[in-house]
Design a protein around this ligand. Structure first.
Ligand code: BTN
Length: 501
């Protein structure tokens, strides 16, 4: 049945509403050629919808398709990103909490495309802006070939348009995206912190710039990508294994499940160590009980010597017979160029392996935990050593233990530079000790080696790092889990080779 068409309220000298048209975008271009006045064209169905890069925009009946012809103030080149921002804001306001986007201007829901925006710059500063959203549609209205790429969302089309047009109406022109705009867009960006390929460039997405370009970090340098397309580089090293990976740290343990190259991970406290093996096993059973029989095995990195043997025995006995435990004796494909490899924590081996395999050399991996470790993988792909410094909790504990009047407290990010309360003063001190440590160590490495390094942050302490520092570098919370997966896969391959002999 035909759905009620939208009644626009606040935009355009010329308003056209169609039940069906070839393309609203083509229609506003025709209006422009004929008589350029602010216009808006809606349709309930398009027979020849156009997408970016000359692609077809499949537009089944009942979706949301509209185009605007307008001549806004400000820099025209950022208008496409602004339109995306307003569309996302409007969708959030309509209750679409999980909405995301993908650079340059795809609206994403459930990891698939739910909408798209096209912006065409016309002579005299005019813009033809087209928006298509799979709202109120059914997935089976799309051809089977789009099954994996398209998602539909359930919103009130009229309310959405109303909200969106209010943003357009209130726009007074800008030269670039504001901090506030970027702060809204950044966390919703599905490519953030992902490895992508754009033309010949491959790098980690660190954010978007005020001009709307995509910022990536490649070989330790920032680069701005201005034209698409961009592709996410798969975790190609472990797309074909299905495992549970456990990274046991002194304070916290991360348990990851890897399937088809995707990682889901969560943390449990390592302390108290007495009942840790039991808590770990039951936690895994609760979460992954129904798939545990289907996995290829378990990979473990443990830096708590007291726990290692017990945990390994119980995992083998109670969950899966095949458990790979990372030590320096294991074949990891990485040369450990240090005097005493046996002293290197298993987590640092995993990190270095993942860095080398997934990011490449000339990289410093900063793992912020009970200890802050800085591990360096050279450009020739060898682990050449690192730095071990106190982590923020260790600093806090030392301070509280040694000074009678200082109280144990929860660390929170300070928002002033001088504290008028003991706890706030302690937090400010801890914040600067941590961030000063990070800056100083990174600078010393760069200075000594006379070159730029790619810097990757990981570990639970990331949340205490100065945002300005993080803005320049990559974060990868699952790097140890990825290292475990790469090492597991390698053991599997080696085992298969041996079996064939
Ligand atoms: C994209 O490729 O992501 C952009 C798609 C834009 C589609 C919309 S639907 C309304 C307007 N009319 C069209 O023919 N295209 C745009």
């Amino acid at each position: 049945m035909h759905k009620k068409l939208i009644c626009p309220a606040i935009f355009g000298e010329r308003i056209e509403i169609y039940r069906s048209i070839d393309s609203t975008q083509k229609r506003v271009r025709d209006i422009f050629n004929d008589n350029p006045v602010e216009s808006i064209v809606f349709a309930d169905h398009q027979t020849a919808g156009v997408g970016r890069r000359g692609r077809e925009w499949v537009s089944p009946e009942g979706g949301l398709y509209f185009s605007l012809l307008l001549n806004p103030e400000g820099k025209k080149e950022i208008f496409s990103m602004l339109a995306l921002l307003w569309a996302l804001r409007s969708l959030k306001e309509e209750g679409m909490e999980d909405i995301g986007w993908k650079w340059p201007n795809d609206i994403m829901y459930d990891e698939r495309k739910a909408g798209g925006i096209i912006t065409e710059l016309l002579p005299g500063g005019w813009i033809a802006l087209g928006i298509g959203i799979n709202a109120g549609l059914n997935e089976n209205q799309f051809p089977g070939s789009l099954d994996d790429t398209v998602s539909v969302i359930d919103i009130d089309r009229k309310n959405f348009v109303d909200r969106f047009l209010r943003y357009i109406d209130g726009y007074k022109g800008k030269d670039g995206l504001s901090e506030n705009d970027i702060g809204f867009l950044d966390p919703l960006h599905i490519l953030k912190d992902s490895l992508i390929r754009a033309g010949d460039d491959e790098g980690m997405v660190s954010g978007i710039a005020p001009d709307g370009s995509l910022e990536i970090v490649t070989s330790g340098r920032k680069k701005n990508i201005t034209t698409g397309p961009v592709f996410k580089v798969d975790n190609k090293d472990f797309t074909d294994i299905n495992i549970i990976a456990i990274d046991i740290g002194n304070t916290s343990t991360r348990v990851g499940y890897i399937e088809n190259g995707d990682i889901t991970a969560s943390d449990i406290p390592t302390k108290p160590v007495e009942d840790f093996p039991q808590r770990l096993i039951s936690g895994i059973r609760d979460k992954y009980g129904d798939i545990i029989g289907k996995i290829d095995g378990i990979a473990v990195s443990c830096v708590v010597s007291l726990l290692e043997t017990k945990v390994l025995e119980r995992l083998k006995k109670e969950l899966h017979p095949y458990v790979v435990n990372v030590t320096c004796e294991l074949s990891t494909g990485l040369t450990l160029k240090v005097k005493e490899p046996a002293q290197l924590g298993a987590d640092r081996i995993c990190n270095a392996v993942a860095v080398n395999r997934l990011y490449g050399g000339d990289t410093v991996l900063v793992d912020l935990g009970t200890a802050n470790t800085y591990d360096v993988v050279s450009r020739t792909g060898e682990y050449i050593g690192g730095v071990i410094a106190p982590g923020i909790d260790s600093m806090k504990e030392a301070l509280v233990r040694r000074a009678d009047k200082l109280k144990d407290h929860e660390f929170t990010m300070p928002d002033t530079s001088i504290g008028d309360e003991t706890v706030i003063s302690q937090n400010i001190g801890l914040f600067h000790t941590l961030n000063g440590q990070i800056k100083s160590i990174i600078n010393a490495i760069k200075r000594d080696w006379q070159r730029e390094f790619r810097i990757i942050f990981t570990g639970g302490g990331i949340s205490m790092v100065d945002k300005e520092i993080l803005a320049n570098y990559t974060t990868d919370r699952d790097i140890t889990i990825k290292g475990l997966a790469v090492i597991f896969k390698l053991q599997n391959k080696l085992q298969n080779k041996l079996d064939k002999k």
